[in-house]
Design a protein around this ligand. Structure first.
Ligand code: HSE
Length: 402
């Protein structure tokens, strides 16, 4: 029998409790032992909850109970979650989490601590919600040199963009809806401004390339400036606007990561990843392209990944699972602004002025935007396009994913 404690009874934490009880028999079979929810740490009042007997308000109760072998951290953020994770590991307990901010910010340190204490630190749910991606990269694709990863990594923003594209819903109304459905972060600006996707591409890049990539080293743009007009122009080009996190390895072995909205063509594997779904494309030198797809946010999909880690951890109590990356190597990084692509530009200037500045362009036509011009440039780096647009009246600028 394995005793588990959940820290934080929010959307994900309550989902973990629900999956543990609903699927108890199947989980016990997979883990080859019973998994028992012993404690839930939350300062709020849950006296009416079906789990009311499990609640404690003091982490020390869990920390000092040697019968608790796995701690599930679903608090989020890097405050109490960081402190409790370290204390749990130091007390000899394995920790399972969905907390992408903590893994992206302190992953190396916590993995190192887990290694020294011979316990597990597992975070399948931190990227892609319910999609298996951490385990596939660290195990199933371990034979590959991974040279590119890109994906739709945030369910909330993909939900908002899908609502805008398919139903012409305004940004604000789509965001409200995503919040009500429990997809958005406590502070939804982490979704909208791209920080959540940034944390996730950092985790995937750290795992794939073997050294920590910190969020502050990753240029990040969100979707707050994307308008319905951009969505319409993209459609006229046979494309869709998607927020992508991307990590690329150059031939010299250096890597770059960034997060930004892109126009992707309808033939791209990610083009039909809609709503709260996420899709991640991994390019390996033996496998070629492989895509992972599924529910990227939400209570039960995320809980599904957390509980899988609980099961895996329970089966690796004495011989921990090897998941690890080293400290950051800044000399291994290159500037993503040097990556070339075509660019979408929407402007209040006329076409002749645009052609003078950008040379050969493909013009886009959209009904209802007759006072604006939009076009796609030839391939160039971000450094080059930024030099060209300085002094030019740009309303919107986005990479086109080739
Ligand atoms: N807010 C996140 C998202 C939750 O929308 O993708 C899952 O990490």
């Amino acid at each position: 029998m394995i005793n588990v404690a959940i820290l934080g009874f929010g959307v994900v934490g309550s989902g973990v409790a629900e999956v543990l009880s609903t699927n108890a028999e199947k989980i016990a079979q997979s883990a080859a032992q019973e998994i028992v929810l012993k404690y839930i740490l939350d300062v709020r009042d849950f006296s009416e909850s079906a789990y009311k007997d499990c609640f404690v308000k003091d982490f020390a109760v869990i920390e000092n109970d040697p019968s608790v072998q796995i701690v599930v951290e679903t608090i989020g953020g890097v405050g109490a979650a960081y402190d409790f994770t370290k204390r749990a590991i130091l007390a000899g307990k394995s920790v399972v989490t969905s907390n992408k901010e903590l893994v992206a910010t302190h992953g190396h340190e916590l993995l190192e601590l887990a290694r020294t204490k011979n316990v597990n630190y597992m975070f399948e749910a931190s990227v892609g919600g319910g999609i298996p991606i951490i385990r596939p990269i660290s195990q199933c694709l371990a034979a590959n040199e991974i040279f590119e990863l890109y994906g739709i990594l945030n369910g909330t923003t993909n939900y908002i963009l899908t609502q805008m594209i398919q139903n012409g819903v305004s940004f604000e109304s789509a965001l409200r809806d995503a919040q009500e459905k429990g997809y958005a972060e406590a502070n939804p600006s982490a979704d909208v401004k791209g920080f959540d996707a940034c944390r996730k591409i950092c985790i995937l890049a750290s795992l794939s390339f073997g050294s920590q990539v910190y969020p502050e080293s990753v240029p990040t743009e969100g979707i707050e400036n994307i308008s319905l007009t951009d969505v319409e122009f993209a459609r006229s080009a046979g494309g869709k606007v998607k927020l992508l996190g991307r990590s690329v390895m150059r031939e010299d072995g250096r890597i770059a990561c960034y997060v930004a909205p892109h126009i992707i063509g309808e033939n791209n594997l990610l083009s039909n990843v809609e709503g709260v779904f996420n899709g991640i494309v991994v390019r390996g030198n033996a496998i070629g392209d492989v895509m992972f797809y599924g529910a990227g946010a939400g209570k039960l999909p995320t809980a599904s990944a957390v509980v899988a880690d609980i099961i895996d951890s329970s089966k690796h109590m004495n011989m921990r699972k090897y998941i690890y990356w080293e400290e950051a190597k800044p000399e291994m990084m290159f500037d993503p602004a040097t990556i070339v692509s075509r660019w979408y530009i929407r402007t209040s200037a006329g076409l002749s002025q645009a052609k003078k500045v950008f040379g050969k362009v493909s013009v886009l036509v959209s009904e209802g935007a007759e006072f604006e011009t939009a076009f796609i440039t030839e391939r160039m780096s971000k450094i080059e396009i930024e030099a060209l647009v300085s002094g030019f009246p740009v309303l919107s600028l986005m990479r086109v994913l080739d």
